[in-house]
Design a protein around this ligand. Sequence first.
Ligand SMILES: NC(=O)NCCC(=O)O
Ligand SMILES: [Zn+2]
Ligand SMILES: [Zn+2]
Length: 483
Amino acid sequence: MTTTIRNGTIVTADLTYQADVQIENGVITAIGPGLKGGRELDATGCYIMPGGIDPHTHLEMPFMGTYSADDFESGTRAALSGGTTMVVDFILPGQGQGLMDAAKAWHNKSGRANCDYSYHMAITWWGQKVWEDMEDSVKAGITSFKHFMAYKGALMVNDDEMFSSFRRVGDLGGVALVHAENGDLVAELTAKLLAEGNTGPEAHGYSRPPQVEGEATNRAIMIADMAGVPLYVVHTSCEEAHEAIRRARQAGKRVWGEPLIQHLTLDESEYFHPDWDHAARRVMSPPFRSKDHQASLWAGLQSGSLSCVATDHCAFTTEQKRFGLGNFSKIPNGTGGLEDRLPMLWTHGVETGRLTMNEFVAVTSTNIAKILNMYPKKGAVLVGADADLVVLDPKASKVITAAGQQSAIDYNVFEGKEVRGLPRYTLTRGQVAVTEGKVTTEEGHGRFVGREARPAVNRALSTWKELTAPRPVQRTGVPVTGV
Ligand SMILES: NC(=O)NCCC(=O)O
Ligand SMILES: [Zn+2]
Ligand SMILES: [Zn+2]
Protein backbone atom coordinates (compact mmCIF):
# COMPACT_ATOMS: atom_id res chain seq x y z
CA MET A 1 0.00 0.00 0.00
CA THR A 2 1.50 3.33 -1.15
CA THR A 3 0.56 6.73 0.28
CA THR A 4 1.98 10.07 -0.89
CA ILE A 5 1.70 13.29 1.08
CA ARG A 6 1.98 16.13 -1.41
CA ASN A 7 2.46 19.92 -1.42
CA GLY A 8 3.40 20.31 2.23
CA THR A 9 6.34 21.72 4.16
CA ILE A 10 8.37 19.24 6.16
CA VAL A 11 9.23 20.48 9.65
CA THR A 12 11.62 18.43 11.76
CA ALA A 13 13.61 19.24 14.88
CA ASP A 14 16.36 20.78 12.74
CA LEU A 15 15.02 21.50 9.25
CA THR A 16 12.14 23.19 7.43
CA TYR A 17 11.78 22.53 3.69
CA GLN A 18 9.29 21.82 0.94
CA ALA A 19 9.03 18.19 -0.13
CA ASP A 20 6.59 15.35 -0.63
CA VAL A 21 6.70 12.19 1.45
CA GLN A 22 6.05 8.69 0.13
CA ILE A 23 5.16 5.76 2.34
CA GLU A 24 5.13 2.02 1.65
CA ASN A 25 4.02 -0.56 4.17
CA GLY A 26 4.13 1.81 7.10
CA VAL A 27 7.62 3.16 6.46
CA ILE A 28 8.83 6.35 4.73
CA THR A 29 10.43 5.27 1.46
CA ALA A 30 11.02 8.57 -0.37
CA ILE A 31 11.23 12.30 0.39
CA GLY A 32 11.57 14.83 -2.39
CA PRO A 33 9.82 17.05 -4.92
CA GLY A 34 7.19 15.81 -7.34
CA LEU A 35 6.36 12.46 -5.76
CA LYS A 36 3.11 10.85 -6.91
CA GLY A 37 1.21 7.62 -6.57
CA GLY A 38 -1.04 5.48 -4.42
CA ARG A 39 -3.36 7.29 -2.07
CA GLU A 40 -2.51 10.97 -2.30
CA LEU A 41 -3.02 13.31 0.68
CA ASP A 42 -2.97 17.04 0.04
CA ALA A 43 -0.86 18.96 2.55
CA THR A 44 -1.15 22.40 0.94
CA GLY A 45 -0.63 25.05 3.65
CA CYS A 46 0.32 22.37 6.21
CA TYR A 47 3.43 21.18 8.02
CA ILE A 48 4.45 17.52 7.79
CA MET A 49 5.97 16.65 11.15
CA PRO A 50 6.96 13.56 13.12
CA GLY A 51 3.86 12.50 15.06
CA GLY A 52 3.84 13.47 18.71
CA ILE A 53 5.30 11.06 21.24
CA ASP A 54 3.82 11.35 24.72
CA PRO A 55 6.44 9.92 27.08
CA HIS A 56 4.18 9.91 30.11
CA THR A 57 0.73 8.26 30.20
CA HIS A 58 -1.20 6.11 32.65
CA LEU A 59 -3.84 4.18 30.71
CA GLU A 60 -6.13 1.90 32.76
CA MET A 61 -3.83 2.48 35.70
CA PRO A 62 -4.72 0.95 39.07
CA PHE A 63 -4.37 3.92 41.43
CA MET A 64 -5.88 5.27 44.65
CA GLY A 65 -8.53 2.55 44.83
CA THR A 66 -9.71 2.79 41.23
CA TYR A 67 -8.51 2.62 37.62
CA SER A 68 -7.83 5.59 35.36
CA ALA A 69 -10.75 5.83 32.97
CA ASP A 70 -8.99 5.94 29.59
CA ASP A 71 -7.70 2.55 28.53
CA PHE A 72 -5.31 1.78 25.67
CA GLU A 73 -8.18 2.01 23.16
CA SER A 74 -9.74 5.35 24.12
CA GLY A 75 -6.40 6.81 25.22
CA THR A 76 -4.60 6.12 21.95
CA ARG A 77 -7.68 7.21 19.96
CA ALA A 78 -7.51 10.54 21.81
CA ALA A 79 -3.77 10.69 21.13
CA LEU A 80 -4.16 10.21 17.38
CA SER A 81 -7.03 12.66 17.23
CA GLY A 82 -4.63 15.32 18.52
CA GLY A 83 -1.63 14.33 16.37
CA THR A 84 0.19 12.10 18.87
CA THR A 85 1.22 8.79 17.31
CA MET A 86 2.96 7.05 20.19
CA VAL A 87 2.58 6.82 23.96
CA VAL A 88 4.94 5.51 26.63
CA ASP A 89 2.98 4.07 29.54
CA PHE A 90 4.13 2.99 33.00
CA ILE A 91 4.06 -0.64 34.15
CA LEU A 92 3.28 -0.63 37.87
CA PRO A 93 4.16 -3.94 39.58
CA GLY A 94 2.18 -4.61 42.77
CA GLN A 95 4.00 -5.07 46.09
CA GLY A 96 5.99 -8.33 45.79
CA GLN A 97 5.00 -8.81 42.16
CA GLY A 98 7.72 -9.69 39.63
CA LEU A 99 8.47 -7.11 36.97
CA MET A 100 7.87 -9.43 34.05
CA ASP A 101 4.63 -10.66 35.54
CA ALA A 102 3.44 -7.05 35.66
CA ALA A 103 4.72 -6.50 32.10
CA LYS A 104 2.52 -9.37 30.95
CA ALA A 105 -0.53 -7.69 32.50
CA TRP A 106 0.30 -4.44 30.65
CA HIS A 107 0.79 -6.29 27.36
CA ASN A 108 -2.67 -7.81 27.84
CA LYS A 109 -4.19 -4.34 28.21
CA SER A 110 -2.30 -2.68 25.36
CA GLY A 111 -3.45 -5.15 22.71
CA ARG A 112 -6.28 -2.70 21.99
CA ALA A 113 -4.02 0.25 21.22
CA ASN A 114 -4.68 2.25 18.06
CA CYS A 115 -1.10 3.54 17.81
CA ASP A 116 2.34 2.31 18.79
CA TYR A 117 3.38 2.30 22.41
CA SER A 118 6.28 1.51 24.68
CA TYR A 119 6.70 1.15 28.44
CA HIS A 120 8.67 2.43 31.38
CA MET A 121 9.00 -0.04 34.26
CA ALA A 122 8.19 1.33 37.73
CA ILE A 123 10.28 0.16 40.67
CA THR A 124 7.57 0.05 43.35
CA TRP A 125 9.37 -2.20 45.84
CA TRP A 126 12.92 -3.45 46.27
CA GLY A 127 14.49 -6.89 46.67
CA GLN A 128 16.66 -9.53 45.01
CA LYS A 129 13.82 -10.53 42.69
CA VAL A 130 13.43 -6.95 41.39
CA TRP A 131 17.20 -6.65 40.92
CA GLU A 132 17.18 -9.85 38.84
CA ASP A 133 14.05 -8.98 36.87
CA MET A 134 15.49 -5.63 35.82
CA GLU A 135 17.83 -7.42 33.43
CA ASP A 136 14.91 -9.34 31.91
CA SER A 137 13.05 -6.06 31.56
CA VAL A 138 15.94 -4.57 29.58
CA LYS A 139 16.15 -7.71 27.43
CA ALA A 140 12.42 -7.33 26.75
CA GLY A 141 12.94 -3.77 25.47
CA ILE A 142 11.84 -1.92 28.62
CA THR A 143 14.95 0.04 29.48
CA SER A 144 13.68 3.02 31.50
CA PHE A 145 12.85 2.62 35.20
CA LYS A 146 10.59 4.96 37.14
CA HIS A 147 10.88 5.70 40.86
CA PHE A 148 8.15 7.41 42.87
CA MET A 149 9.58 9.58 45.66
CA ALA A 150 5.98 10.37 46.71
CA TYR A 151 2.78 8.39 47.46
CA LYS A 152 4.04 7.19 50.84
CA GLY A 153 2.67 3.80 51.83
CA ALA A 154 1.84 2.97 48.21
CA LEU A 155 4.30 3.50 45.35
CA MET A 156 7.05 5.41 47.18
CA VAL A 157 10.60 4.07 47.40
CA ASN A 158 13.20 5.28 49.92
CA ASP A 159 16.62 6.74 49.17
CA ASP A 160 18.55 3.52 49.85
CA GLU A 161 16.25 1.57 47.53
CA MET A 162 16.49 4.27 44.91
CA PHE A 163 20.30 4.31 45.12
CA SER A 164 20.45 0.51 44.68
CA SER A 165 18.02 0.63 41.79
CA PHE A 166 19.78 3.56 40.11
CA ARG A 167 23.10 1.68 40.24
CA ARG A 168 21.45 -1.34 38.66
CA VAL A 169 19.87 0.82 35.94
CA GLY A 170 23.28 2.35 35.28
CA ASP A 171 24.92 -1.07 34.96
CA LEU A 172 22.21 -2.21 32.56
CA GLY A 173 22.55 0.83 30.29
CA GLY A 174 19.09 2.14 31.13
CA VAL A 175 17.61 5.50 32.11
CA ALA A 176 16.29 6.26 35.60
CA LEU A 177 13.07 8.28 35.92
CA VAL A 178 11.71 9.98 39.02
CA HIS A 179 8.47 11.45 40.25
CA ALA A 180 10.23 13.98 42.45
CA GLU A 181 8.25 15.08 45.50
CA ASN A 182 9.30 14.50 49.11
CA GLY A 183 6.66 11.91 50.10
CA ASP A 184 7.39 12.11 53.84
CA LEU A 185 6.79 15.85 53.90
CA VAL A 186 3.69 15.58 51.73
CA ALA A 187 2.26 13.05 54.21
CA GLU A 188 3.04 15.37 57.16
CA LEU A 189 1.55 18.43 55.48
CA THR A 190 -1.53 16.49 54.40
CA ALA A 191 -2.23 15.26 57.94
CA LYS A 192 -1.80 18.80 59.33
CA LEU A 193 -4.09 20.36 56.73
CA LEU A 194 -6.81 17.78 57.35
CA ALA A 195 -6.52 18.20 61.13
CA GLU A 196 -6.98 21.96 60.69
CA GLY A 197 -10.16 21.45 58.65
CA ASN A 198 -8.66 22.03 55.20
CA THR A 199 -10.46 19.19 53.47
CA GLY A 200 -11.29 20.68 50.04
CA PRO A 201 -9.36 20.29 46.79
CA GLU A 202 -7.61 23.66 47.30
CA ALA A 203 -5.65 22.00 50.13
CA HIS A 204 -4.07 19.62 47.61
CA GLY A 205 -1.82 22.42 46.37
CA TYR A 206 -0.86 23.44 49.91
CA SER A 207 0.12 19.85 50.70
CA ARG A 208 2.68 19.76 47.88
CA PRO A 209 4.42 23.17 47.71
CA PRO A 210 7.30 23.82 45.32
CA GLN A 211 9.81 23.14 48.11
CA VAL A 212 8.89 19.43 48.30
CA GLU A 213 9.43 19.12 44.57
CA GLY A 214 12.64 21.16 44.50
CA GLU A 215 14.14 19.18 47.39
CA ALA A 216 13.28 15.81 45.87
CA THR A 217 14.49 16.81 42.39
CA ASN A 218 17.83 17.91 43.79
CA ARG A 219 18.11 14.74 45.90
CA ALA A 220 17.33 12.50 42.92
CA ILE A 221 19.92 14.33 40.82
CA MET A 222 22.61 13.86 43.47
CA ILE A 223 21.74 10.19 43.98
CA ALA A 224 21.79 9.62 40.22
CA ASP A 225 25.16 11.33 40.02
CA MET A 226 26.55 9.08 42.74
CA ALA A 227 25.08 6.02 41.03
CA GLY A 228 26.40 7.08 37.60
CA VAL A 229 23.05 6.90 35.83
CA PRO A 230 21.27 9.34 33.48
CA LEU A 231 18.14 10.80 35.02
CA TYR A 232 14.82 11.91 33.52
CA VAL A 233 12.64 13.97 35.87
CA VAL A 234 8.95 13.64 35.02
CA HIS A 235 6.34 16.38 35.39
CA THR A 236 8.68 19.22 36.40
CA SER A 237 6.25 21.90 37.54
CA CYS A 238 8.13 24.65 39.37
CA GLU A 239 11.19 26.88 39.35
CA GLU A 240 12.74 25.08 42.36
CA ALA A 241 12.81 21.77 40.44
CA HIS A 242 13.75 23.43 37.16
CA GLU A 243 16.59 25.27 38.90
CA ALA A 244 18.01 21.97 40.19
CA ILE A 245 17.84 20.48 36.69
CA ARG A 246 19.36 23.57 35.10
CA ARG A 247 22.22 23.57 37.57
CA ALA A 248 22.86 19.86 37.07
CA ARG A 249 22.97 20.23 33.30
CA GLN A 250 25.34 23.16 33.55
CA ALA A 251 27.58 20.99 35.71
CA GLY A 252 27.68 18.35 32.98
CA LYS A 253 25.22 15.89 34.52
CA ARG A 254 22.96 13.85 32.20
CA VAL A 255 19.61 15.09 33.47
CA TRP A 256 16.43 15.90 31.53
CA GLY A 257 13.27 17.65 32.72
CA GLU A 258 9.73 17.15 31.44
CA PRO A 259 7.11 19.87 31.95
CA LEU A 260 3.47 18.97 31.26
CA ILE A 261 1.18 20.93 28.97
CA GLN A 262 -1.17 21.34 31.95
CA HIS A 263 1.49 23.03 34.10
CA LEU A 264 2.48 25.26 31.18
CA THR A 265 -1.03 26.56 30.56
CA LEU A 266 -3.18 26.16 33.70
CA ASP A 267 -2.47 27.71 37.09
CA GLU A 268 -3.27 27.30 40.77
CA SER A 269 -6.33 29.57 40.61
CA GLU A 270 -8.23 26.52 39.31
CA TYR A 271 -8.19 25.06 42.84
CA PHE A 272 -10.04 28.08 44.25
CA HIS A 273 -13.01 27.67 41.93
CA PRO A 274 -16.29 27.71 43.91
CA ASP A 275 -17.43 24.49 42.21
CA TRP A 276 -15.90 21.50 44.10
CA ASP A 277 -16.03 19.33 40.97
CA HIS A 278 -14.17 21.92 38.89
CA ALA A 279 -11.34 22.08 41.43
CA ALA A 280 -11.19 18.32 42.09
CA ARG A 281 -11.03 17.49 38.40
CA ARG A 282 -7.75 19.42 38.29
CA VAL A 283 -6.16 17.68 41.26
CA MET A 284 -2.90 16.14 40.14
CA SER A 285 0.60 15.82 41.50
CA PRO A 286 2.54 18.03 41.40
CA PRO A 287 -0.33 20.53 41.53
CA PHE A 288 -0.84 23.50 39.23
CA ARG A 289 1.42 26.40 40.22
CA SER A 290 1.54 30.19 40.01
CA LYS A 291 2.20 32.08 36.80
CA ASP A 292 5.82 32.70 37.89
CA HIS A 293 6.46 28.98 37.82
CA GLN A 294 4.83 28.74 34.41
CA ALA A 295 7.18 31.42 33.12
CA SER A 296 10.13 29.40 34.41
CA LEU A 297 8.93 26.29 32.56
CA TRP A 298 8.49 28.16 29.29
CA ALA A 299 11.96 29.67 29.67
CA GLY A 300 13.33 26.16 30.23
CA LEU A 301 11.85 24.95 26.97
CA GLN A 302 13.17 28.00 25.15
CA SER A 303 16.68 27.70 26.53
CA GLY A 304 16.90 23.92 26.37
CA SER A 305 17.19 23.27 30.10
CA LEU A 306 13.85 21.41 29.88
CA SER A 307 13.56 18.84 27.14
CA CYS A 308 10.13 17.27 26.55
CA VAL A 309 6.48 18.27 26.94
CA ALA A 310 4.24 15.42 28.14
CA THR A 311 0.72 15.05 29.57
CA ASP A 312 0.94 12.48 32.39
CA HIS A 313 -2.49 11.54 30.99
CA CYS A 314 -4.22 9.87 33.94
CA ALA A 315 -7.89 10.68 33.53
CA PHE A 316 -10.57 10.08 36.17
CA THR A 317 -14.29 10.75 35.81
CA THR A 318 -16.11 13.23 38.04
CA GLU A 319 -17.65 10.29 39.87
CA GLN A 320 -14.18 8.92 40.62
CA LYS A 321 -12.94 12.34 41.74
CA ARG A 322 -15.81 12.45 44.24
CA PHE A 323 -14.14 9.64 46.24
CA GLY A 324 -12.40 12.60 47.85
CA LEU A 325 -15.46 14.57 48.99
CA GLY A 326 -14.65 15.62 52.55
CA ASN A 327 -10.98 14.56 52.28
CA PHE A 328 -8.84 16.01 49.46
CA SER A 329 -6.17 13.33 49.93
CA LYS A 330 -8.60 10.73 48.60
CA ILE A 331 -9.26 12.54 45.31
CA PRO A 332 -7.63 10.33 42.64
CA ASN A 333 -4.60 12.27 41.39
CA GLY A 334 -4.46 12.87 37.67
CA THR A 335 -5.70 14.85 34.67
CA GLY A 336 -6.12 14.26 30.94
CA GLY A 337 -4.48 16.00 28.00
CA LEU A 338 -3.44 13.46 25.36
CA GLU A 339 -5.70 14.91 22.68
CA ASP A 340 -4.85 18.52 23.50
CA ARG A 341 -1.08 18.55 24.03
CA LEU A 342 -0.07 19.44 20.47
CA PRO A 343 -2.72 22.09 19.71
CA MET A 344 -2.28 23.68 23.16
CA LEU A 345 1.50 23.82 22.75
CA TRP A 346 1.20 25.09 19.20
CA THR A 347 -1.21 27.84 20.28
CA HIS A 348 0.59 28.88 23.47
CA GLY A 349 4.12 28.06 22.35
CA VAL A 350 4.59 28.58 18.62
CA GLU A 351 1.88 31.18 18.03
CA THR A 352 3.14 33.32 20.90
CA GLY A 353 6.71 33.18 19.59
CA ARG A 354 8.02 31.30 22.62
CA LEU A 355 8.97 28.30 20.50
CA THR A 356 10.01 27.87 16.90
CA MET A 357 8.28 25.19 14.88
CA ASN A 358 11.46 23.12 15.00
CA GLU A 359 11.62 23.44 18.79
CA PHE A 360 7.97 22.38 18.88
CA VAL A 361 8.89 19.15 17.06
CA ALA A 362 11.89 18.64 19.31
CA VAL A 363 9.97 18.90 22.59
CA THR A 364 6.90 16.96 21.45
CA SER A 365 8.66 14.13 19.62
CA THR A 366 12.33 14.06 18.64
CA ASN A 367 13.99 14.72 21.99
CA ILE A 368 12.21 11.90 23.75
CA ALA A 369 12.82 9.55 20.81
CA LYS A 370 16.53 10.19 21.31
CA ILE A 371 16.48 9.99 25.11
CA LEU A 372 14.59 6.68 25.00
CA ASN A 373 16.71 5.33 22.14
CA MET A 374 14.07 4.92 19.46
CA TYR A 375 15.32 7.60 17.07
CA PRO A 376 15.12 7.66 14.05
CA LYS A 377 12.54 4.86 13.87
CA LYS A 378 10.36 7.33 15.80
CA GLY A 379 10.57 11.12 16.05
CA ALA A 380 11.93 11.65 12.53
CA VAL A 381 10.86 12.36 8.96
CA LEU A 382 13.55 10.32 7.23
CA VAL A 383 13.64 7.52 4.71
CA GLY A 384 13.43 4.29 6.71
CA ALA A 385 11.60 5.86 9.66
CA ASP A 386 8.14 4.66 10.68
CA ALA A 387 5.49 6.77 8.97
CA ASP A 388 4.12 8.14 12.23
CA LEU A 389 3.28 11.60 10.97
CA VAL A 390 1.05 14.55 11.66
CA VAL A 391 0.09 16.87 8.83
CA LEU A 392 -0.55 19.92 10.95
CA ASP A 393 -2.77 22.70 9.68
CA PRO A 394 -1.67 25.92 11.43
CA LYS A 395 -4.90 27.69 10.51
CA ALA A 396 -7.40 25.01 11.53
CA SER A 397 -8.99 25.89 14.88
CA LYS A 398 -11.46 24.57 17.39
CA VAL A 399 -12.74 25.22 20.88
CA ILE A 400 -11.88 22.34 23.22
CA THR A 401 -14.95 20.71 24.76
CA ALA A 402 -15.61 17.50 26.61
CA ALA A 403 -18.50 16.85 24.24
CA GLY A 404 -16.15 16.81 21.27
CA GLN A 405 -13.30 14.78 22.74
CA GLN A 406 -12.28 11.13 22.35
CA SER A 407 -11.32 10.61 25.99
CA ALA A 408 -13.78 8.55 28.04
CA ILE A 409 -14.16 11.13 30.82
CA ASP A 410 -17.00 13.63 31.21
CA TYR A 411 -15.00 16.88 31.31
CA ASN A 412 -11.84 18.44 29.91
CA VAL A 413 -9.45 20.58 31.97
CA PHE A 414 -8.96 22.80 28.88
CA GLU A 415 -12.71 23.24 28.31
CA GLY A 416 -13.49 26.42 26.35
CA LYS A 417 -9.93 27.09 25.20
CA GLU A 418 -9.60 28.01 21.54
CA VAL A 419 -6.69 26.26 19.85
CA ARG A 420 -5.08 26.17 16.42
CA GLY A 421 -2.63 23.72 14.88
CA LEU A 422 -4.91 20.75 14.35
CA PRO A 423 -4.09 17.63 12.36
CA ARG A 424 -5.37 17.65 8.80
CA TYR A 425 -4.14 14.05 8.83
CA THR A 426 -2.59 11.82 11.45
CA LEU A 427 -0.82 8.71 10.18
CA THR A 428 0.17 5.80 12.36
CA ARG A 429 2.72 3.63 10.55
CA GLY A 430 1.32 4.91 7.28
CA GLN A 431 -2.32 4.28 8.12
CA VAL A 432 -4.49 7.39 8.07
CA ALA A 433 -6.22 7.53 11.45
CA VAL A 434 -7.52 11.10 11.39
CA THR A 435 -8.75 13.24 8.49
CA GLU A 436 -9.78 16.80 9.37
CA GLY A 437 -11.32 15.81 12.69
CA LYS A 438 -12.82 12.53 11.44
CA VAL A 439 -11.33 9.67 13.43
CA THR A 440 -10.93 6.30 11.70
CA THR A 441 -8.66 4.45 14.09
CA GLU A 442 -8.23 0.69 14.04
CA GLU A 443 -8.30 -1.03 17.41
CA GLY A 444 -5.26 -3.28 17.80
CA HIS A 445 -3.23 -1.56 15.06
CA GLY A 446 -0.69 -0.34 17.64
CA ARG A 447 2.49 -2.33 18.22
CA PHE A 448 4.84 -2.53 21.16
CA VAL A 449 8.12 -0.67 20.52
CA GLY A 450 10.94 -2.42 22.34
CA ARG A 451 14.00 -0.30 22.98
CA GLU A 452 17.65 -1.24 23.24
CA ALA A 453 19.65 -0.13 26.24
CA ARG A 454 21.79 2.90 25.54
CA PRO A 455 25.09 1.98 27.12
CA ALA A 456 27.14 4.81 25.60
CA VAL A 457 25.92 7.50 28.01
CA ASN A 458 26.08 5.13 30.96
CA ARG A 459 29.56 3.96 29.96
CA ALA A 460 30.72 7.57 29.82
CA LEU A 461 29.30 8.18 33.28
CA SER A 462 30.80 5.01 34.74
CA THR A 463 34.18 5.70 33.12
CA TRP A 464 34.23 9.06 34.87
CA LYS A 465 33.12 7.41 38.16
CA GLU A 466 35.88 4.83 37.84
CA LEU A 467 38.52 7.47 37.12
CA THR A 468 37.47 9.52 40.13
CA ALA A 469 36.72 6.60 42.51
CA PRO A 470 38.35 6.57 46.00
CA ARG A 471 41.72 4.78 46.02
CA PRO A 472 44.19 4.15 48.82
CA VAL A 473 47.35 6.26 48.52
CA GLN A 474 50.41 4.01 48.04
CA ARG A 475 52.96 5.38 50.56
CA THR A 476 56.61 4.46 50.97
CA GLY A 477 58.74 4.69 54.04
CA VAL A 478 55.84 4.63 56.47
CA PRO A 479 55.88 1.96 59.18
CA VAL A 480 53.10 -0.58 58.64
CA THR A 481 50.90 -1.00 61.65
CA GLY A 482 49.26 -4.38 61.44
CA VAL A 483 45.92 -5.59 62.64
N1 LIG B 1 0.35 12.88 38.33
C1 LIG B 1 -0.74 12.43 38.88
O1 LIG B 1 -1.36 13.18 39.62
N2 LIG B 1 -1.22 11.19 38.65
C2 LIG B 1 -0.61 10.16 37.91
C3 LIG B 1 0.45 9.45 38.67
C4 LIG B 1 1.72 10.22 38.71
O2 LIG B 1 2.37 10.39 37.69
O3 LIG B 1 2.10 10.71 39.76
ZN1 LIG C 1 4.03 11.24 39.02
ZN1 LIG D 1 2.57 10.03 35.89
